[in-house]
Design a binder for this molecule. Structure first.
Ligand SMILES: Nc1ncnc2c1ncn2[C@@H]1O[C@H](COP(=O)(O)OP(=O)(O)OP(=O)(O)O)[C@@H](O)[C@H]1O
Length: 311
């Protein structure tokens, strides 16, 4: 085991003494060589937890053990064991990606640093065209990939990646997932902090879903899906963002994001749900629909969503 988070609670006191419980009695473990997804909506408490793993914040109660030792006893050790890609963009200034990544590699590995590692990463992520371009002239995606390379050029035993695919194009996203997967070959563990549940499902071994500071579920993506039940998902693209759709009685739960509507459907209502969707399409209210087995995104929405749209 690399990381053991035990009953961690962290509360912030704001203006007027209002309190926010950012982490509420969180407990989970991460194994060696594992990719662990930390999933949760904005404000769920992910960054607060990461900052405690890095020893930047101290829990109010509970403890975190990294490779068997308490972070409370030695916060600086935690920072030497972990490498991090932060959620915010890393300012590169006039440094090129090659210079920035090489600099970090030398700082972390000293004389044992092998510059071929930079070439290998740039090739694996198809970054050659940007390698020698000034940081300030790079696109958001190129900067994000550079920050990723800085985090993994000499990876710690625990690599923490906060939304690493933000701004990255779909082709390089796939390359990035492959590089992340390869990181674990030598026993490195990875924490992947993300909102992008569907993407995470393809790469993580286990996930923790947190909401309002609390752990809602933990396990492999298939365990999480099973825990939510044997439902089907219907996904609809509405013709207008504000289209008024009457909710059928067989909908178990619903989630709407603009013109995208997701239903959980009892498998015994497959035929009725397809008839209903076809009727909505004929009325011009729905552009497109599909029915498929539950995904981890459905499980996530089911677990975290308080909002069920009304009929
Ligand atoms: N320094 C702070 N002072 C007061 N409240 C804070 C502080 N840091 C975080 N919070 C609050 O704690 C809660 C958890 O925040 P946190 O940044 O950990 O969430 P998150 O899951 O990382 O969100 P996001 O996905 O948006 O980055 C939020 O309600 C946030 O407003």
């Amino acid at each position: 085991m690399i990381l053991n988070v035990e009953n961690v609670t962290k509360t912030f006191t704001g203006k007027g003494k209002s309190k926010t419980v950012a982490n509420d009695n969180l407990s989970f473990r991460i194994n060696k060589g594992e990719i662990f997804g930390l999933l949760g909506q904005n404000g769920a408490g992910k960054t607060t937890l990461v900052n405690q793993i890095l020893g930047v914040l101290t829990p109010d109660s509970g403890d975190i053990h990294l490779l068997g030792k308490s972070i409370l006893e030695s916060p600086a050790r935690a920072r030497s064991i972990c490498s991090v890609q932060p959620q915010s963009q890393v300012p590169l200034g006039f440094l090129t990606p090659k210079q920035a990544v090489t600099l970090i590699g030398k700082m972390r590995a000293g004389k044992t640093f092998d510059p071929k590692r930079v070439e290998m990463l740039f090739e694996a992520l198809d970054m050659g065209e940007w390698a020698n371009r000034e940081g300030e002239k790079l696109s958001g995606g190129a900067r994000r990939l550079t920050a990723f390379c800085m985090a993994v050029v000499v990876p710690g035993k625990l690599v923490i990646l906060d939304e690493p695919t933000n701004d990255v194009d779909p082709v390089r996203r796939r390359l990035l997932w492959q590089v992340i997967r390869n990181l674990t070959d030598d026993g490195t563990s990875v924490i992947l902090v993300t909102h992008n549940v569907m993407e995470a499902e393809k790469v993580v071994d286990r996930v923790a879903i947190i909401n309002q500071g609390r752990l809602l579920a933990e396990g492999s993506p298939s365990e999480i899906k099973r825990s939510v039940s044997n439902q089907m998902r219907m996904e609809l693209s509405l013709s207008e963002e504000l289209a008024d759709i009457e909710m059928p009685s067989w909908v178990l739960s619903a989630h709407r994001n603009g013109a995208r509507l997701l239903f959980s459907v009892d498998p015994s209502y497959v035929s009725s749900s397809l008839d209903w969707a076809k009727a909505q399409e004929d009325k011009g209210l729905v552009i497109d629909y599909s029915l498929s087995p539950t995904t981890i995104e459905d499980a996530y929405i089911e677990l975290t969503s308080r909002e069920v749209i009304e009929s």
